[in-house]
Design a protein. Structure first.
Length: 229
């Protein structure tokens, strides 16, 4: 779906001819050192950044060149590395900002989704009063309001305590079991190992390698990229 994508910022090539092939109903990891281009690649896929070269296809259609809201409506949802919830809205209201057409249906879905990550008792709490991990879960389930086919998660586990992390991991596996595709950027290798079937490794904007997490973890090039500098 991602085909030789290039993204430059001035003289910096943040993403350099990266290709990723994703199959439905699988969980993929995207790892790499800081500044290796992970978030930029997410931004290209979701239309936040425009790729300078290459193609991005989703369900057989070109999506590069579309606006973020158009890509969102094609069925690609994402969370952000820097959390984006509305602190002055309740947890429930944070989910309801996504859809407006059928309020009753949206509300029922939002309540279901809060239950999905065991936050139903905090539905009417201001998001700003929730713990950081709970806010991340709210942001995660907000992405699910439109029932996306592909979910991109940018460091979902960072700063999340053990209990909430387990909720998140269970929820991601459930999505996969329902046929959704998940691509996640994550620095916590235990999370990557426990969750992902295939891992893509970026280094200096280029795809260094890809493979099952067990193989990636012992790959000399990956160890060098992470620790060899
Ligand atoms: N809007 C921008 N303008 C200029 N340079 C940018 C911009 N966004 C990213 N970059 C540069 O592109 C490169 C890749 O950054 P990116 O944020 O994609 O890395 P990352 O892999 O997500 O890193 P991290 O693990 O720290 O989140 C970096 O050199 C970064 O400074
Ligand atoms: Mg990033």
């Amino acid at each position: 779906m991602v085909d030789r994508v290039v993204k430059r910022f001035g003289g910096v090539t943040a993403v350099n001819k990266v290709s990723l092939s994703l199959e439905a109903g699988r969980i993929y990891g995207l790892i790499g050192p800081k500044g290796s281009g992970k978030t930029t690649l997410f931004n290209c896929i979701t239309g936040v950044d425009q790729a300078d070269e290459g193609q991005i296809r989703f369900k057989g259609q070109r999506i590069d060149g579309l606006k973020p809201h158009q890509i969102f409506h094609q069925g690609i949802g994402r969370t952000f590395q820097v959390i984006r919830v509305f602190p002055e809205l309740t947890a429930l209201e944070n989910l309801l900002v996504v859809t407006t057409d059928d309020y009753a249906a949206a509300r029922a879905r939002a309540e279901d989704l809060l239950r999905f990550v065991k936050l139903e008792r905090l539905a009417n709490e201001y998001a700003g009063n929730l713990s950081y991990g709970q806010q991340k879960l709210v942001e995660f389930v907000r992405v699910l309001m439109t029932d996306p086919e592909l979910v991109l998660l940018d460091e979902p586990a960072a700063g999340v305590n053990r209990t909430l992390l387990n909720e998140l991991l269970d929820a991601v596996r459930t999505l996969r079991d329902r046929g959704k595709t998940v691509l996640l950027v994550e620095h916590d290798m235990k999370v990557v190992m426990g969750l992902c079937e295939t891992v893509f490794v970026l280094d200096h904007g280029e795809k260094l390698t890809e493979g099952p997490p067990g193989v990636i973890q012992t790959d000399e090039r990956v160890i060098e990229a992470y620790f060899g500098r």
